[in-house]
Structure formats: C-alpha cells, structure tokens
Design a protein around this ligand. Structure first.
Ligand code: RNT
Ligand code: ZN
Length: 418
C-alpha cells in the first residue's frame, strides 16, 4: 500500500479509537493548525548574531559542539530557517534577538539601535508568512559585565535601560507592521559569582530599571520577563530570580517567561502553569532540555516537556501561552536540531489535545482514583502518532523520518560548504 494511503488508513482507525473516548481528532487537527511555535533564531548560529563589533558569547551562556554549517550571515540564517520551516507542519513565528539586526556592515551600539535595522526582517516576515517576536540582548557586549540593568553604576544602568526601551520600540513597530502583537522577552544575566552583601540593592536597581523601561504603554507589543536559577560564572546570586520576576509580573500584569531549563533539576516547570496563571495574564515558554543543568539540549518529547503541554491544555490556557523554543546545540546539524525540537513540541501538544481529559476529570471528581490512573496510562498508548502523521501529510511536509534525508541533502549541498 502506498504510504499516503497507509497514513490515511491509520488515521481513520485512530479517529474511531479516540471517538470512543469522546475525543474528536478532526478538531484536534484544526487546533494543531492554529498552534504556532516561536522558533528561536539563535540555534542557527550558536547565539552569535550579526553585530560588526561582536565579541565572544557572554552572560553565562555557552554553546558546545563544532558541527560544520553554522549560519555566518543574515542570508544564510534566513535560508536555514526557511529550510527548517519547510520540514515542520503548520505556520510558525520567528523569535529574533537584537543582535540579529541587519546592520549592513555598520557598527551600531546597543543604545543606538532602531527599527531601521529590522526593516528587512519585517519585509522577510511578510514575504515568508512569518510573524516576529523579539528579545533585548544584554550579553556579549563590553558593558555587559556581571550586572546590566542592576548595575550600581548609573551610567551602565542607563545604557541598558536605553537599549531595552529601544528594543520595545522595535518590537512595537514589528507588531504594528505584522498586525499581530510582537512578544518581547527581557532576560538579563545579572548576578554574582561569589558572596555578596548587596542583594537587596541589586534587586532594587533591577526593579527600578524595569519600571522605567515599561513606563511607556505600547499598543502592538507585549512584554515578558524571564528569571533563572543561575548562569555560568554567576553561580552565587541571580538578581532576576524566579521569585523576583513572578512577583514583578503579578504586580505589573506582565507575561512571565518559563524557560524549562531554568529551574532546580527536580523542580517541575509544568506545575507552575496552573499556579502563576492565577495571577499573571499570560505565559511565554522557552522550551528547552536541561541535561543535569541548563544545558540547552535540543527539545525532545520527554516527560517534563509532555507534562508541561498537558498542564497548559488541561488548564484551558492555550490562548494564554506563547510557545517559544530556546536551546542551542552546536554538536549536531543545526537545521536538524530545529526540526527535531519543533516537531517534539508539536507531538507534546497533540498528545495533550488528544487526552480524554473531560472523561478523566469526571472520574477524578467522582473519587475514582484507580480508574483515573488506569485511563492516564492507557492514554499514553493511544494512536496519537497516526494523528500527527496525518497532520504532517495535510501540511505537505515529510511524514515520520523522511525529513532526515532532506536535511542530509541540504547538508551536502549547502551547510557543509560553509
Ligand atoms: C538564558 C535565557 C535566554 C537566552 C536567550 C538567548 O539562560 O534562557 O532566554 O537563552 O535569550
Ligand atoms: Zn530562555
């Protein structure tokens, strides 16, 4: 039987199996079509960006691996992103960092940047049906040091305040041009390597800087703020801790960013969804895979990621969550890394959408503990993969492992020649 017919047949069977649980797979396919990832531009080039004056990667971030084929300029990065997108079903956003501006060989310092350096991105987004998100960049700069927005030196603080304000203007212009809010993330690396007695002071400065940055209301962009446990070289203290940003977001109605790599290894990011969504308007996700620490390995369909998506769907909160990815692996084919991670996130989502939650919820409320556990176990093995295959087929992208050969060919023709 031809592969297409096989997929069709498997889908029909899956549809019947799920219908018995009161789950409509056709509806799930439609929901998947409306589920947009925000792909992080920085996997393509190991977080280097295009500043003419670019220095080494800083802010406690690190990329390991020396797989050939890193994007070296804006054209290569765009080409790689489009290649990856052609292998991922559905339509997806692109998440840019400020250092990925189109600087055209000009030295543009972070406090001088404006939307003109992103006009070609806005045009590219329009031409390629890709909505843009944005990030200010506080790392990899001579003024980054260990402290940016919380630096006791007012001059340095003001420099980063100016940068972040300008980034908000850029995000707002992007949002306006694309007719859809641009989600702008603020993550700063600020922290201390060793013992410090000025924790309160640093956090007060960070709060005041953020207040100043966010003072101006913007119509076409939304702010999100991201905390972290620690960064390399800044192990003893993180100014922007989770408590700090959760409190700030709750008080100021900001979107909280949950980076799945940013918690203690036994802490569950999934469990935060139903807690913080009682108090913050929306969430931004940075889906990543922390192997023993915030290692930013490629996202896979592992238990923590699955649980995160289940929690979002069970909370009825899909429309309150922005689904960004955030990992960087230089050890394997970078386009492959995009495709694996994006498809894994989609698989987590499709499994969550296919869960017979309504049925199980009734059992739980009726106190049927054994039945709940049994149904959750059974649901793991229902034929969700047949629905995902159908989703790929409907979107004219390779089904199953077919994408591997396409990436191998691209590696042969394009990335290996860089
Ligand atoms: C760092 C944060 C942050 C960055 C990107 C590049 O630990 O996760 O989101 O990864 O901004
Ligand atoms: Zn992140």
């Amino acid at each position: 039987m031809a592969k297409e017919q096989l997929i069709q047949k498997a889908y029909e069977i899956a549809k019947e199996r799920y219908a018995a649980y009161g789950v409509d797979t056709d509806k799930v396919l439609q929901q998947m079509q409306d589920f947009h990832l925000s792909m992080h531009c920085w996997q393509a080039d190991d977080v280097k960006g295009f500043e003419v004056q670019a220095g080494a990667l800083g802010g406690g971030l690190g990329v390991t691996g020396d797989c050939k084929g890193q994007a070296r300029n804006i054209d290569e990065l765009r080409q790689d992103i489009l290649k990856a997108k052609s292998l991922i079903p559905g339509s997806h956003r692109l998440n840019l960092h400020e250092i990925y501006g189109d600087f055209k060989g000009k030295v543009v310092d972070r406090d001088e940047v404006d939307v003109s350096y992103f006009q070609s991105w806005i045009d590219w987004g329009k031409a390629n049906n890709t909505l843009l998100d944005f990030n200010s960049t506080s790392f990899s700069h001579p003024k980054s040091g260990n402290l940016s927005l919380s630096n006791p030196d007012k001059g340095i603080r003001d420099f980063w305040i100016e940068h972040t304000k300008r980034c908000r203007d850029i995000a707002d212009a992007m949002g306006k041009a694309q007719g859809d809010p641009c989600i702008m993330n603020v993550w700063v690396h600020d922290g201390c390597k060793d013992m410090s007695v000025n924790h309160y002071m640093y956090r007060k400065f960070l709060k005041e800087s953020l207040d100043e940055i966010f003072a101006e209301k913007k119509a076409c962009m939304k702010d999100c703020i991201e905390g972290k446990v620690f960064g390399i070289g800044l192990e003893s203290f993180t100014v922007g801790s989770h408590d700090f940003y959760t409190a700030y977001a709750a008080k100021n109605n900001k979107i909280l960013t949950i980076d799945t790599g940013h918690y203690h290894p036994t802490e569950s990011p999934a469990d935060k969804v139903s807690a913080v969504l009682q108090f913050v308007p929306e969430l931004m996700l940075h889906v990543s895979r922390p192997v023993r620490w915030d290692s930013d390995h490629v996202t896979i369909m592992d238990d923590p990621t699955s649980e995160l998506f289940f929690e979002i769907v069970r909370a009825g909160a899909i429309d309150r969550v922005h689904f960004g990815l955030d990992y960087f692996d230089g050890a394997i084919n970078r386009i492959g890394a995009y495709v694996i991670g994006s498809r894994a996130a989609q698989k987590c989502m499709i499994r969550a959408l296919l869960e017979p939650t309504a049925m199980i919820s009734k059992m739980e409320i009726a106190g049927k503990g054994f039945q709940v556990l049994a149904e959750l176990e059974e649901a793991k093995a229902l034929p969700w993969n047949a629905v995902y295959d159908m989703f790929c087929l409907k979107n004219n992208v390779p089904v199953g492992n077919e994408f591997i050969a396409v990436i191998e060919q691209y590696e042969k023709d394009v990335t290996s020649k860089r």
